[in-house]
Design a protein around this ligand. Structure first.
Ligand SMILES: [Zn+2]
Length: 102
């Protein structure tokens, strides 16, 4: 909220004096996130754009995939992905140990 109020109402300025500032602030936060350059989960380039609610397309590799309505991936899913990547070496070590034991 604070970010939006400092910068004005951002994309919600188009509503003028209508609908009230708290609602416009919430909408601005969603629209700013929606219109950011999102990283493609397939080619890694920041070229993902929203086609419609829940459908996202990479402008570089043309991959079309589903995600959330206003963001391609939830922040929770992103952190889980990072954790999965960082925990991979431990799993590999465990598998190697099992092979040696056999
Ligand atoms: Zn891509």
């Amino acid at each position: 909220m604070a970010i939006v109020s400092r910068k004005g109402l951002g994309p919600a300025k188009r509503f003028g004096t209508r609908y009230g500032s708290p609602l416009k602030m919430r909408l601005a936060l969603v629209e700013i996130e929606q219109k950011q350059k999102h990283e493609c989960p397939y080619c890694g380039r920041p070229k993902v754009r929203r086609v419609m609610a829940g459908v996202w397309q990479c402008q570089k590799c043309q991959t079309k995939f589903t995600g959330r309505a206003y963001t391609p991936m939830s922040k929770l899913a992103q952190t889980q992905e990072v954790q999965a990547v960082t925990s991979e070496p431990e799993e590999q070590k465990e598998q190697e140990e099992e092979v040696v034991a056999e």
